[in-house]
Ligand binder design. Structure first.
Ligand SMILES: Nc1ncnc2c1ncn2[C@@H]1O[C@H](COP(=O)(O)OP(=O)(O)OP(=O)(O)O)[C@@H](O)[C@H]1O
Ligand code: SF4
Ligand SMILES: [Mg+2]
Length: 381
């Protein structure tokens, strides 16, 4: 498949598309598939109907389940080789849970995550180890995610204890110094401790650790949110440079819609455990069709007074419902100004809306709304 252009109307409906797996999985075949390169623009990760419910229990001695927090409730998307997929949405909508599921730090309740055709939720042994090496993470808070008692050299080199094949013991110091240089830090800092660095420098250390095993995918969960605004751009620029240099694919989770637009090729908008809308950055920011995306964008501050004047501001009423008890039908209906009876009874599927199918318009992208249509809101970023 050719690389999706930024402004292209992507008519993929990943929630309904079956994934072709690479043969039956014996361990050797799985490892070979995982180690094989993927062409730029081909899907490297395919997430299908992913669900994570956290049980709600009552009782101290005899625990019984009384419900579940539906943190992620059936989401599907693709990540293409070499692209950045941004994920945005309000606090508590399930972004970090998706990141943890992709990293296998949480076990999925159901659904599949295909990495180069292998369902990683079902792998074990050598194949699982190979996947773990290839999918790395950069965390939000560079102050708490680095062990204060370890030197920078030990922090960046720690992954080699589990994967010594990437850097045999004698080569490690050199490799760590190279990584420091790659992220713009002085290789002589190898013996320093995290508290001797600024926030931006610490996040560079976190990125160097993420790169240590030569991964193919990096999951970035709010990687710049804890940093000063002036430093955010430097770190984002560094990440873009590294993406080109090392041929990386990013899942980039953030609150800040402008930063997500800046770095992303495509963007997914999450609401209460579901994907509301997904498309290229132009499709989502300039031609949103889901009322939730339109409301999110209309809340972004716009510095240009002229643009500010002409725009419509949508104020969402009501609180975000509890993920333990989401509304029936469309989850957004309790806050949606367009909601009708159908919205309470029928779950809108994430798909290109019928009226836009086959039409050459940027509105032809996946949107989970019965009444998806364009609305001229703000053009963030
Ligand atoms: N281990 C857990 N046990 C129970 N509930 C959890 C657990 N982890 C997350 N949740 C709940 O799942 C929902 C989604 O949480 P998550 O951290 O994924 O949201 P988020 O989109 O990353 O939010 P934020 O933007 O604040 O980081 C929240 O309601 C949260 O309270
Ligand atoms: S399906 Fe209905 S409630 Fe949901 S976003 Fe669309 S119009 Fe609003
Ligand atoms: Mg989070």
């Amino acid at each position: 498949m050719a690389e999706p252009r930024k402004d292209e109307a992507v008519d993929a409906t990943p929630n309904t598309t079956a994934v072709e797996t690479v043969g039956p999985v014996d361990e050797g075949a799985a490892v070979a598939a995982i180690e094989a390169p993927v062409d730029r623009g081909e899907p490297i990760l395919q997430v299908r109907n992913l669900v994570k419910h956290f049980p709600l229990t009552l009782g101290i001695l005899f625990k019984r389940q009384v419900g579940a927090v539906k943190a992620v409730d059936g989401i599907s998307f693709d990540l293409y080789q070499g692209e950045t997929l941004g994920i945005v949405g309000e606090s508590g909508c399930g972004k970090s849970t998706v990141a943890k599921l992709l990293m296998m730090l949480e076990t999925a309740t159901s659904g599949e995550i295909f990495y180069k055709g292998q369902d990683i939720t079902k792998l074990s042994g050598r194949a699982l180890k190979a996947v773990r090496r290839n999918i790395q993470m950069v965390f939000q808070d560079p102050y708490t995610s680095l062990n204060p008692r370890m030197t920078v050299g030990d922090i960046i080199g720690e992954p080699y204890e589990i994967h010594p094949e990437v850097a045999p013991r004698g080569d490690r110091r050199k490799k760590v110094q190279e990584l420091l240089e790659v992220v713009g830090l002085n290789p002589e800092y190898i013996h320093r401790y995290p508290h001797q660095f600024s926030g931006g420098q610490r996040q560079r250390i976190g990125i160097a650790r993420g790169l240590a095993l030569n991964p193919e995918i990096i999951i970035c969960d709010e990687p710049v949110s804890a940093l000063d605004v002036s430093v955010q751009a430097q770190v984002v620029n560094l990440m873009e440079r590294l993406q080109d240099e090392f041929n990386l694919s990013y899942v980039f989770i953030a609150h800040d819609l402008s930063i997500v637009r800046h770095i992303s090729d495509r963007v997914g908008v999450m609401y209460l455990g579901k994907m509301a809308e997904i498309g290229s950055d132009t499709q989502i920011y300039d031609h949103p069709t889901h009322p939730y995306t339109q409301a999110l964008l209309s809340a972004v501050p716009v510095p240009d007074p002229e643009a500010r004047e002409g725009r419509e501001r949508i104020i969402l009423t009501g609180d975000v419902p509890s993920p333990a008890n989401p509304p029936s039908g469309c989850r957004f209906r309790t806050r949606c100004w367009k909601a009708e009876d159908k919205c309470a009874t029928e779950v809108p599927l994430l798909a290109v809306p019928e009226r836009f199918r086959g039409v050459d318009t940027p509105a032809a992208h996946e949107s989970a709304c019965h009444f998806a249509e364009e609305k001229d809101v703000v053009h963030a970023g």
